[in-house]
Design a protein. Sequence first.
Length: 200
Amino acid sequence: MMRFLLRGLLVFVLLGLGETQMARAIEVKVSAQALERTLRTQLFNGPDGRYYIRGDATSACYVYAENPHVSFKDDRVVVHVHTRAKLGTSLHGACLGVSLTTDADVSVVPDAEGESVGFRDARIERLSESKELNFLLEPFLSRKLPSQMKVNAADMMSKLLSQSAATTGYTLTLDSLKLHSMLVDHNALVVDVDAAMSVE
Protein backbone atom coordinates (compact mmCIF):
# COMPACT_ATOMS: atom_id res chain seq x y z
CA MET A 1 0.00 0.00 0.00
CA MET A 2 2.68 2.48 1.03
CA ARG A 3 4.88 1.75 -1.98
CA PHE A 4 1.91 2.56 -4.21
CA LEU A 5 1.27 5.81 -2.38
CA LEU A 6 4.93 6.82 -2.47
CA ARG A 7 5.25 6.09 -6.17
CA GLY A 8 2.28 8.35 -6.79
CA LEU A 9 3.96 11.15 -4.89
CA LEU A 10 7.24 10.64 -6.76
CA VAL A 11 5.48 11.08 -10.09
CA PHE A 12 4.39 14.56 -9.00
CA VAL A 13 7.93 15.37 -7.87
CA LEU A 14 9.45 14.33 -11.17
CA LEU A 15 6.85 16.32 -13.14
CA GLY A 16 8.02 19.45 -11.37
CA LEU A 17 11.77 18.99 -11.63
CA GLY A 18 12.20 22.56 -12.81
CA GLU A 19 11.29 23.75 -9.34
CA THR A 20 13.62 23.48 -6.37
CA GLN A 21 10.78 23.08 -3.94
CA MET A 22 7.14 22.22 -4.40
CA ALA A 23 4.00 21.48 -2.48
CA ARG A 24 1.35 19.43 -4.21
CA ALA A 25 -2.05 18.12 -3.24
CA ILE A 26 -2.75 14.71 -4.71
CA GLU A 27 -5.37 12.00 -4.46
CA VAL A 28 -4.13 8.42 -4.25
CA LYS A 29 -6.39 5.39 -4.63
CA VAL A 30 -5.26 2.31 -2.70
CA SER A 31 -6.67 -1.13 -3.50
CA ALA A 32 -7.78 -3.76 -1.00
CA GLN A 33 -4.97 -5.99 -2.32
CA ALA A 34 -2.38 -3.34 -1.44
CA LEU A 35 -3.74 -3.07 2.11
CA GLU A 36 -3.67 -6.85 2.38
CA ARG A 37 0.00 -6.98 1.34
CA THR A 38 0.83 -4.38 4.00
CA LEU A 39 -0.99 -6.38 6.66
CA ARG A 40 0.81 -9.59 5.67
CA THR A 41 4.17 -7.81 5.82
CA GLN A 42 3.63 -6.08 9.15
CA LEU A 43 1.70 -8.66 11.16
CA PHE A 44 1.35 -12.02 9.40
CA ASN A 45 5.08 -12.42 8.91
CA GLY A 46 5.71 -15.45 11.13
CA PRO A 47 6.19 -19.08 10.11
CA ASP A 48 3.82 -20.02 7.27
CA GLY A 49 2.30 -16.52 7.31
CA ARG A 50 0.73 -17.01 10.73
CA TYR A 51 0.34 -14.66 13.67
CA TYR A 52 0.35 -16.50 16.99
CA ILE A 53 -2.07 -15.01 19.50
CA ARG A 54 -1.05 -17.63 22.06
CA GLY A 55 1.96 -19.94 21.92
CA ASP A 56 4.21 -20.36 18.89
CA ALA A 57 5.05 -22.87 16.17
CA THR A 58 6.54 -25.30 18.72
CA SER A 59 3.73 -25.08 21.33
CA ALA A 60 1.42 -28.00 22.00
CA CYS A 61 -1.43 -25.61 22.80
CA TYR A 62 -1.79 -22.50 20.63
CA VAL A 63 -4.05 -20.01 18.89
CA TYR A 64 -3.08 -18.42 15.61
CA ALA A 65 -4.61 -16.38 12.80
CA GLU A 66 -3.67 -16.76 9.14
CA ASN A 67 -4.74 -15.94 5.59
CA PRO A 68 -5.86 -12.32 6.08
CA HIS A 69 -8.17 -11.01 3.39
CA VAL A 70 -9.05 -7.32 3.05
CA SER A 71 -12.17 -5.94 1.38
CA PHE A 72 -14.30 -2.80 1.49
CA LYS A 73 -17.90 -2.52 2.63
CA ASP A 74 -19.74 0.80 2.83
CA ASP A 75 -17.30 3.20 4.54
CA ARG A 76 -15.27 0.51 6.29
CA VAL A 77 -12.24 -1.70 5.66
CA VAL A 78 -13.06 -5.34 6.49
CA VAL A 79 -10.33 -7.79 7.50
CA HIS A 80 -11.16 -11.50 7.39
CA VAL A 81 -8.86 -14.04 9.06
CA HIS A 82 -8.88 -17.80 9.46
CA THR A 83 -8.04 -19.03 12.95
CA ARG A 84 -6.90 -22.37 14.35
CA ALA A 85 -6.62 -23.24 18.02
CA LYS A 86 -5.72 -26.06 20.35
CA LEU A 87 -7.05 -25.05 23.74
CA GLY A 88 -6.31 -26.99 26.90
CA THR A 89 -3.35 -28.08 29.00
CA SER A 90 0.05 -29.05 27.68
CA LEU A 91 1.19 -32.42 29.00
CA HIS A 92 4.29 -34.30 27.81
CA GLY A 93 4.37 -32.35 24.55
CA ALA A 94 0.69 -32.85 23.74
CA CYS A 95 -2.27 -30.51 24.18
CA LEU A 96 -5.08 -32.09 26.20
CA GLY A 97 -8.17 -30.18 25.18
CA VAL A 98 -10.14 -29.21 22.10
CA SER A 99 -9.17 -28.23 18.57
CA LEU A 100 -11.08 -25.38 16.94
CA THR A 101 -11.08 -23.88 13.47
CA THR A 102 -13.09 -20.78 12.65
CA ASP A 103 -13.22 -17.58 10.64
CA ALA A 104 -13.34 -14.11 12.17
CA ASP A 105 -14.01 -10.66 10.73
CA VAL A 106 -13.30 -7.16 11.99
CA SER A 107 -14.05 -3.87 10.27
CA VAL A 108 -12.31 -0.53 10.81
CA VAL A 109 -12.67 3.05 9.60
CA PRO A 110 -9.60 4.51 7.83
CA ASP A 111 -8.22 7.55 9.63
CA ALA A 112 -5.61 10.11 8.55
CA GLU A 113 -3.35 10.84 11.52
CA GLY A 114 -0.97 13.59 10.39
CA GLU A 115 1.82 11.70 8.64
CA SER A 116 0.33 8.27 9.32
CA VAL A 117 -2.24 6.00 7.75
CA GLY A 118 -4.30 4.76 10.69
CA PHE A 119 -7.50 2.91 11.47
CA ARG A 120 -10.08 3.42 14.22
CA ASP A 121 -13.49 2.31 15.46
CA ALA A 122 -12.78 -1.44 15.26
CA ARG A 123 -16.00 -3.42 15.13
CA ILE A 124 -15.95 -7.21 15.39
CA GLU A 125 -18.31 -8.59 12.74
CA ARG A 126 -17.89 -12.34 13.31
CA LEU A 127 -16.39 -14.57 16.02
CA SER A 128 -16.34 -18.24 16.93
CA GLU A 129 -18.91 -20.04 19.05
CA SER A 130 -16.30 -20.71 21.74
CA LYS A 131 -16.25 -18.19 24.60
CA GLU A 132 -12.72 -19.23 25.54
CA LEU A 133 -11.43 -18.69 22.00
CA ASN A 134 -13.31 -15.39 21.68
CA PHE A 135 -11.66 -14.18 24.89
CA LEU A 136 -8.34 -14.40 23.02
CA LEU A 137 -9.60 -13.26 19.63
CA GLU A 138 -11.41 -10.09 20.72
CA PRO A 139 -8.35 -8.06 21.83
CA PHE A 140 -6.41 -9.25 18.77
CA LEU A 141 -9.15 -8.16 16.37
CA SER A 142 -10.16 -4.92 18.07
CA ARG A 143 -6.74 -3.60 19.16
CA LYS A 144 -3.70 -5.50 17.87
CA LEU A 145 -4.73 -5.85 14.25
CA PRO A 146 -5.76 -2.19 13.67
CA SER A 147 -2.66 -0.86 15.46
CA GLN A 148 -0.36 -3.04 13.33
CA MET A 149 -1.96 -1.77 10.14
CA LYS A 150 -0.87 1.79 10.99
CA VAL A 151 2.03 3.10 8.91
CA ASN A 152 4.03 6.34 9.10
CA ALA A 153 3.97 7.41 5.45
CA ALA A 154 6.53 10.21 5.92
CA ASP A 155 9.15 7.84 7.34
CA MET A 156 8.66 5.35 4.54
CA MET A 157 8.77 8.02 1.87
CA SER A 158 11.94 9.57 3.32
CA LYS A 159 13.65 6.16 3.18
CA LEU A 160 12.57 5.69 -0.42
CA LEU A 161 13.75 9.17 -1.41
CA SER A 162 17.15 8.60 0.23
CA GLN A 163 17.98 6.41 -2.79
CA SER A 164 16.80 8.97 -5.35
CA ALA A 165 20.25 10.28 -6.35
CA ALA A 166 21.41 6.82 -7.40
CA THR A 167 18.19 5.90 -9.21
CA THR A 168 17.16 9.22 -10.83
CA GLY A 169 20.25 11.45 -10.78
CA TYR A 170 18.39 13.97 -8.58
CA THR A 171 18.47 14.35 -4.83
CA LEU A 172 14.87 14.37 -3.64
CA THR A 173 14.07 15.38 -0.08
CA LEU A 174 10.71 15.22 1.66
CA ASP A 175 10.15 18.48 3.53
CA SER A 176 6.66 17.74 4.80
CA LEU A 177 3.80 15.34 4.31
CA LYS A 178 0.28 15.51 5.65
CA LEU A 179 -2.59 13.12 5.07
CA HIS A 180 -5.82 15.13 5.06
CA SER A 181 -8.47 12.50 4.65
CA MET A 182 -9.05 8.85 3.94
CA LEU A 183 -12.32 7.32 2.85
CA VAL A 184 -13.61 4.16 1.22
CA ASP A 185 -15.03 4.83 -2.22
CA HIS A 186 -16.45 1.65 -3.77
CA ASN A 187 -13.41 -0.56 -4.51
CA ALA A 188 -10.63 1.76 -3.31
CA LEU A 189 -9.35 3.62 -0.28
CA VAL A 190 -8.99 7.25 -1.39
CA VAL A 191 -6.24 9.21 0.37
CA ASP A 192 -5.86 13.02 0.04
CA VAL A 193 -2.24 14.02 0.62
CA ASP A 194 -0.26 17.28 0.73
CA ALA A 195 3.48 16.83 0.19
CA ALA A 196 6.30 19.36 -0.02
CA MET A 197 9.61 18.22 -1.50
CA SER A 198 12.93 19.65 -2.55
CA VAL A 199 14.83 18.66 -5.70
CA GLU A 200 18.58 19.25 -6.20
